[in-house]
Design a protein around this ligand. Structure first.
Ligand SMILES: Nc1nc2c(c(=O)[nH]1)N=C([C@H](O)[C@H](O)COP(=O)(O)OP(=O)(O)OP(=O)(O)O)CN2
Ligand SMILES: [Zn+2]
Length: 135
């Protein structure tokens, strides 16, 4: 079995609505996404998946989040959200809680849609704390 792994990063703010502690406040992380692909067969160039392809597609997803505010749908008062949007802030509204776990599943499914032989996503919120999603 072969496996290849690549990583990408982005900087973004989030908050965990309803969290009983400091993480309910707006704060930022340098999110780091580690993708692992696996397979038995190599192509005619001796590659499982070309790093160039997976790096490009992973970066495209990360770029959408870079320097944005990531929040779960309905977790701000409508007037607050409207005011932030009026200011022109880049906001990503997700249908999941923006935890490392939530992002791990999200990235897994986004790359699965692009037919990568994905087996695992790790999402680091900090260098020491990460969540893993596998199937
Ligand atoms: N299982 C999870 N637990 C927590 C998550 C998460 O995504 N999955 N996220 C958070 C918060 O986002 C928080 O920002 C991280 O909290 P914490 O590590 O406690 O804070 P710091 O990085 O500032 O670490 P210090 O050691 O306090 O400096 C919480 N939990
Ligand atoms: Zn956080």
């Amino acid at each position: 079995m072969y496996s290849v792994t690549t990583k990408a990063e982005f900087d973004a703010a989030h908050f965990l609505a309803g969290y009983p502690g400091k993480c309910k406040n707006l704060h930022g992380h340098r999110w780091s996404i580690e993708v692992t692909l696996k397979g038995e067969e190599l192509d005619e160039l001796g590659m499982l998946v070309d790093f160039t392809d997976i790096k490009r597609d992973l970066k495209e997803i990360c770029d959408n989040f870079d320097h944005s505010l990531i929040m779960k749908k309905d977790s701000l008062k409508p007037a607050t959200l409207e005011a932030l949007m009026d200011e022109g802030f880049k906001i990503n509204i997700m249908d999941f809680m923006p935890t490392a776990e939530g992002f791990a599943k999200f990235f897994f499914e986004e790359l699965e849609k692009k037919n990568y032989p994905i087996v695992e996503i790790k999402v680091y919120e900090t260098p020491k704390n990460y969540a893993t999603y596998t199937k």
